[in-house]
Design a protein around this ligand. Structure first.
Ligand code: HEC
Length: 149
């Protein structure tokens, strides 16, 4: 009799183990699924507030003969956005959010003020450059540079 009891409790132990394994697999897939959903959400259209969309580029016709835009781009943006702005920099694979392609129509089809806002505030893996490039004139030079990539 006692032998029989040990046998059944062994079975229920094994069942428990199986159940636990299933629970781990299920919760793992749930985490993966929710990560995918979050990732999709991050690609929501990014719209600058109207006041920035309507903001005029004060340096639209500025001749950046010191190549400030290019220098700052190489230093702060190229790693993600790539040397030609295609979003294929060496760091692009390491971030979760797809890196914007500056040569795409979707990117070009927005005002300079909208680009300025996005570089200034950042979103997801796109850093805010408010403190990194605190001089607004410098940031405009970068905007002028990425527009022509
Ligand atoms: C760490 C990687 C990284 C760096 C460095 C980086 N970016 Fe980005 N950038 C991103 C990602 C990712 C997005 C897309 C963000 C999103 O859609 O939520 C983005 C989006 C943008 C956009 C909006 C694109 C659009 O389609 O409207 C602008 C403008 C931009 N970046 C400018 C810059 C500038 C200028 C610099 C350098 C001063 C820079 N970025 C540096 C990762 C980066």
């Amino acid at each position: 009799m006692s032998k029989h009891l040990t046998f059944t409790s062994n079975i229920s132990f094994m069942k428990k183990k199986k159940f636990l394994r299933l629970a781990i697999i299920l919760s793992g897939s749930f985490v993966l699924l929710s990560m995918t959903i979050i990732k999709t959400n991050q690609q929501d259209p990014w719209e600058a507030p109207a006041e920035y969309q309507n903001m005029k580029n004060p340096y639209a016709n500025f001749d950046d003969d010191e190549r400030i835009g290019r220098i700052l781009y190489s230093k702060y943006c190229k790693a993600c956005h790539g040397s030609k702005g295609k979003g294929d920099g060496s760091k692009a694979k390491l971030v979760d959010t797809p890196v914007a392609d500056f040569t795409s129509a979707a990117f070009k089809n927005q005002t300079d003020g909208s680009m300025f806002y996005k570089a200034y505030t950042g979103r997801n893996d796109m850093p805010s450059f408010e403190r990194i490039i605190p001089d607004e004139e410098d940031l405009w030079m970068v905007i002028n540079y990425i527009k022509d990539l």
